[in-house]
Design a protein around this ligand. Sequence first.
Ligand code: SAM
Length: 204
Amino acid sequence: MANLMKSFFSQCARPKGFLGNLMLRFMNFGHAPLTNWGLGFIDFQDKWTMLDIGCGGGATLKRLLKRSKDAKVYGIDISENSVVKAKQVNSKVLDKQVFVTQGSAEKLPYEDEKFDLITAVETVYFWPNISNCFKEVKRVLKHGGQFAIMIEVIDKDSVWTDVVKGMTAYPPEQLKQMLEDSGFVKVEIQRKKPSYALISCVKE
Ligand SMILES: C[S@@+](CC[C@H](N)C(=O)[O-])C[C@H]1O[C@@H](n2cnc3c(N)ncnc32)[C@H](O)[C@@H]1O
């Protein structure tokens, strides 16, 4: 039983197969409270071009689209299953207002200065060489564009890092420092009990 639970929760890292699809459905609902709370801090404008990295099952893409009239929303995820699910969930506006691609935060397949807002919900734990990923985020953000990281696992020694293979937990203050080191400005942390954290910043 413990092994089955571990296999299930390890699907967070890169959903695959039957358990991966189950996890994607679970996350689309399970991450709603954190995502809606975090998005509440952003002053959305009409016609924004936005990117959600590690978009999973695509629920955040939908949530972003609702908040900016005539927006375009891009999603990218390393997992093929995530991409399939995100496309299904956004099928009505797919390739018109929502665009989903398979790929990694390490090498974003977008031109420089494309996005007004980039979000990353419950995904930075899995990014390899996170500082390089932040440089990529900065490259594709417009000047004045915002980057918003939302996380629930904030302690380095969290039990989740034992349960989920390949997961690294970053305290919000550490992410803040890394973002500042990558050249972002206005780096701010918002917190809500028990462990919600939003780390937001701006490209100058
Ligand atoms: C815990 S899930 C969160 C999914 C979604 N953001 C949500 O809130 O429901 C983490 C997601 O990040 C994706 N991911 C992991 N490493 C990635 C990388 N290097 N680049 C892009 N996506 C990645 C996984 O495939 C997975 O879909």
